[in-house]
Design a binder for this molecule. Structure first.
Ligand code: ADP
Length: 569
């Protein structure tokens, strides 16, 4: 099985390892392009060259003393050099630890110390941020022997960063472009990512070779993302967040052209890459796509190549799905978690549903969808019983399967809370509250901690947000429960206006709209207008920050509608 020297190997023999995907792309798609937006401009090369550079990276890691089982950190945006670490690090038997650079310094220091990274790859635009974390807690970085700058050279301004930097191209130079990769077991840890820790310190999730292999195979299926070699794949979801939802692996396995949008891409960058590179499949959190649509209001953007946008991380509002449909682009709504490598369910229509009427089809597509093949789930209510699949009753979603973790890294207290051992395999308690309809589609009602509990009843903040964001004059909206003496909590909406309506008129319209569609006690006590909804390090609405800033009981005091909330004693 060799084409040139010993570069084409069969890594891992018959085991489930990532190296087999690279092996295939090099052989079957040697001329297919990998395109990357970098500070130096657009760079492009083909899988053949990619394989050579990954081989050189493998030798360079050996040279840096990285051994099997060692962890290697990356502190980078989406670009070709980061992509080279995606195969280079796991292929030598080390573990790729992607670090979220948007986390506070304290969390960055904690996770580098916890993971004991030996080498850290860092982007020029993020070097200062990393240097700040090192300066704040130097001992946390004791394990790090080398910082590698993801650039052709170390510029003077970065020389003074305090990090002992070598540039990536020098790190690779002088190394051979073929590598006889070691045979690895599927059990070998290959990746690691920390949840962004909405409460407490982030928790580490380790991905073995076989977890990532199985996740890749499942996402390749039509019930997953259905990627093939006619696709041009551009993950806008950062590669520092759960491996960009596994897309760099699945696109490689498929031999698809890949496009990496580089540091902090804005809507114009994203639009330009879609147009110029013919992107057919892209992915990201809803905020990114609201930004693109807003950009398109004032700019001509040719979306004709684009076929599908995978939206996940938080709920894709039905209004967003419709707006893309109107432009001939299919939204594929997916749900997942860091603990699940990350994809769990995708909202495809089942056989026969294409003929359903519009509303019913949107209803399914806006749900979080059907579990992809390979996973199992159940939904457990407060009494520990499984809820019926009636689309009404809800409970906590439990999942298990080959790419679902069964523990957190060195966090026994969290393990005891969030995993349940059972004869057929360990369940992960997701913390997501869901319904399941008779066709098996799950729908997230809320995250357990975001559900609004009012007068003994539950109010879904997600549903209220979707309803508010469907209004033409609303750019973003989020709803949180504010403590209330009598009703326990009352909903308050925080709205970023996106039109010309004056605030009083808009607030009245929104409240009337909710009153028409939902029970009376769901109507928010107040609508607050804000400039921007605070975001987490993974681009989701940060209700924690919002609560800290606005958990002001005066917003709700005395406002709860009498006789409104049932269950009130
Ligand atoms: P963090 O929120 O800490 O960044 P994750 O990215 O692992 O960590 O977040 C997983 C959670 O994100 C899920 O448990 C769920 O609450 C939410 N989520 C992911 N996808 C969706 C979706 N399509 N709709 C609604 N919520 C989603």
């Amino acid at each position: 099985m060799t084409r040139r020297g010993d570069r084409y190997y069969m890594p891992g023999g018959s085991d489930q390892t990532l190296g087999s995907f690279l092996w295939r792309a090099e052989r079957m798609s040697p001329d297919t392009e990998i395109v990357s937006r970098t500070p130096e401009g657009i760079e492009r090369y083909e899988y053949e060259k990619y394989g050579e550079r990954v081989a050189r990276l493998g030798h360079a890691l050996d040279g840096a003393g990285v051994g099997q089982g060692d962890r290697v950190g990356t502190f980078c945006w989406n670009h070709h050099r980061h992509f080279e670490t995606y195969f280079g690090v796991p292929n030598v038997g080390a573990q790729l630890h992607t670090i979220n650079p948007l986390l506070p310094n304290e969390h960055i220091a904690y996770i580098v110390e916890n993971a004991a990274d030996r080498v850290i790859f860092v982007d020029p635009s993020l070097a200062e941020k990393l240097a700040g974390a090192v300066a704040a807690e130097e001992s946390a970085f004791d394990s790090v022997e080398q910082f590698v700058l993801m650039a052709p050279s170390v510029t003077e301004d970065l020389d003074g960063s305090g990090l002992d930097l070598v540039d990536y191209e020098s790190f690779l130079a002088d190394h051979e472009s073929s590598y006889e990769w070691p045979a690895l077991s599927g059990e070998q840890p290959a990746g690691m990512c920390y949840t962004s820790g909405t409460t407490g310190m982030p928790k580490g999730v380790e991905y073995t070779q076989s977890m990532l292999w199985a996740h890749t195979m499942a996402t390749l299926t039509p019930q997953g993302l259905g990627i093939d070699d006619t696709d041009v794949v551009m993950p806008v979801v950062p590669m520092f967040h759960v491996n960009a939802w596994g897309m760099p692996f699945s696109a490689t396995a498929a031999g698809a052209k890949q496009v990496f949008p580089g540091p902090s891409p804005d809507p114009a960058d994203i639009a330009g890459l879609i147009e110029n590179e013919g992107v057919t499949l892209t992915a990201g959190v809803p905020t990114v796509w609201f930004g693109l649509l807003e950009h398109m209001e004032d700019n001509d953007v040719d979306l004709s190549a684009l076929e599908r946008v995978v939206i996940g991380g938080s709920a894709a509002p039905p209004s967003l799905i419709r707006q893309f449909d109107e432009r001939g682009v299919e939204v594929v709504h997916a749900w997942g978690m860091t603990e699940m490598s990350p994809i769990g369910s995708v909202a495809h229509l089942k056989a026969g549903m294409e003929g359903w009427d519009d509303e019913d089809r949107y209803d399914k597509r806006a749900k979080q969808g059907l579990m992809v093949p390979g996973l199992e789930f159940k939904v457990i209510d407060e009494d520990g019983a499984e809820v019926p699949w009636d689309g009404e009753e809800f409970g906590e979603l439990w999942v298990r399967g080959p790419w679902v973790t069964t523990e957190y890294f060195e966090r026994p207290e969290a393990n005891a809370e969030e995993f349940v051992e059972a004869p057929g395999g360990t369940w992960l308690k997701t913390g997501d509250v869901v319904t399941v309809d008779p066709e098996g589609y799950i729908q997230i009602v809320d995250r357990e901690k975001d559900v609004i509990k009012s007068g003994g009843e539950w109010i879904s903040s997600v549903e209220l947000e979707n309803a508010l964001m469907a209004h033409d004059d609303v750019a973003e909206a989020t709803v949180i429960g504010i403590p209330h003496e009598r009703w326990q909590e009352r909903p308050v909406a925080f709205v970023v206006p996106g039109g010309s309506a004056d605030e009083d008129t808009l607030a009245t319209e929104l409240l009337d709209m909710i009153a028409d569609e939902y029970p009376k006690w769901w109507v928010p006590d107040d609508v607050e207008f804000i400039e921007e909804v605070p975001k987490t390090a993974t681009g989701k609405f940060s209700k924690k920050d919002l609560r800290e800033e606005y958990a002001d009981e005066s917003l709700v005091a005395g406002e709860a509608p009498e006789e409104a909330a049932p269950g009130d004693g």
